[in-house]
Design a protein around this ligand. Structure first.
Ligand code: RNT
Ligand code: ZN
Length: 417
């Protein structure tokens, strides 16, 4: 019954879009080829599986203690796979180093090797899930306020060694999956209060990065992520946006746009057409800041829509890697994955359905009101019918029907934790 309604609505939507020059079948094919990189850390509030794990540090925080977080690697894998059955299309998984399969062993960050990720590589193959990777500078006795920019050479070298090893791991993952593994480098380095050694810290970070990136790694790609501030490190951030943009541009590298990492009225989408003039590709961390970099679950808000629209308008669909980065511990975590992923996908769908050529011509011809009017009209076009059809074709629940499946999973699996 529902499927019939979806079909009918889709046929009407297809005609409405055809009328404005948009081929919904072509767009559906593009959406099928659009892969998010789901972050593993929503499943357990960024705890990871280190035997020696301490509490979350490094200027980030997950609030809430909703029951049912994944407590080990098997639970996390099961939860991610459950979420994947409720999100149309096929998506990647983004791992942090602390999510290794350490098999009960204390493995320090400067000792990590590919051995602890072999079972992830196997899992990726079995479940048709490509992997991305992140070095982990937080939640460790040596994290402090400064890692790769620490004036203490011992501490700096510890983190350089960790990050180099992570690149080896990412490269092995990329090789095994025959598709580059994207490795994100974010360090929390900064100062809580007034400080005077900013030039020193940044020159040390630059030196550390030079050493880390010296080795050519053919099967992985590096991306570097800056931010404005972290909790407890409010006054100064070593890896600021300017620092990383300049570094990435001078090394032909990727930069990560985390949508929570800018000043409140700054639009992350506006970075796309600027950075892509100088950088080969971009990585996204799609998130949602509420008053600060709070990492709320992604929704279809204006900044997210603008980001995806700007990517499509720039013709840069294939120059961007679509990571997610939210972690809300106050609600059902599978629900968080499903809502955030589907919302990101819907923003991409709406971006793809825009009659860009037509609007572009009008803009170049100076028809300002028509440009504004057409952009406004798109908001009411029946894109939802196209998304529903996409769900049906991918054999996943339409609309709110995914909730029943999450409820069943809670009853059968999560409630027993
Ligand atoms: C922190 C950064 C970073 C982390 C993850 C866990 O502000 O956004 O990407 O959220 O690495
Ligand atoms: Zn991020």
């Amino acid at each position: 019954m529902k499927e019939e309604l979806v079909k009918k609505a889709y046929e009407v939507a297809k005609e409405r879009f055809a009328e404005i020059g948009v081929d919904t079948e072509k767009v559906l094919a593009q959406l099928q080829d659009f892969h998010l990189s789901m972050h593993c850390w929503q499943a357990d509030d960024v705890k990871g599986f280190e035997v020696q794990a301490g509490s979350l540090s490094g200027g980030i925080q997950s609030t809430g203690d909703f029951p049912g977080a994944a407590r080990n690697i098997d639970e996390l894998r099961a939860d991610v796979l459950k979420a994947k059955t409720l999100i149309p299309g096929n998506h990647r998984l983004n791992l942090h180093e602390i999510y290794g399969d350490f098999k009960g062993k204390v493995v320090d960050r400067d000792e990590v090797t590919i051995d602890y990720f072999q079972s992830w590589i196997d899992w990726g193959k079995e479940t048709n899930t490509k992997l991305d990777f992140n070095s982990t500078s937080f939640s460790h006795p040596k994290s402090g306020n400064l890692t790769l920019s620490n004036p203490d050479k011992g501490i700096r070298d510890f983190w350089i060694e960790h990050t180099k090893r992570c690149r080896d791991i990412a490269n092995a993952m990329g090789e095994a999956q025959n598709d580059p593994c994207i490795m994100n480098l974010w360090v929390h380095d900064g100062c809580k209060d007034q400080s005077v050694n900013h030039y020193l810290y940044r020159s040390l970070l630059k030196e550390s990065l030079d050493e880390i990136f010296a080795k050519k790694q053919p099967c992985m790609k590096d991306t570097i992520e800056g931010k404005v501030f972290g909790i407890g490190l409010e006054s100064f951030t070593v890896g600021s946006h300017d620092f990383y943009t300049a570094y990435a541009a001078s090394h032909n590298m990727m930069q990560t746009i985390d949508t929570g990492h800018y000043h409140p009225s700054e639009m992350p989408g506006d970075k796309v057409s600027a950075l892509l003039q100088f950088l080969p590709e971009l990585m996204l961390h799609v998130s949602r800041p509420v008053r600060w970099d709070s990492d709320h679950v992604t929704i279809m808000d204006d900044p997210t829509q603008d980001l995806f629209s700007e990517i499509v308008r720039a013709g840069a669909l294939n120059r961007v890697h679509y990571g997610l980065d939210f972690f809300d511990g106050s609600i059902n975590r599978i629900g968080a994955y499903v809502i955030g992923s589907r919302s990101a996908q819907k923003c991409m769908l709406r971006a793809l359905l825009e009659p860009k050529e037509r609007i572009s011509k009008l803009e170049l011809a100076g028809e300002g009101y028509k440009v504004l009017g057409l952009i406004e009209e798109q908001k009411g076009m029946p894109w939802q019918a196209v998304y529903d059809e996409f769900c049906v074709r991918n054999n996943v629940p339409v609309g709110e029907d995914y909730m029943k499946e999450i409820d069943a999973y809670v009853a059968e699996v999560i409630s027993k934790r």
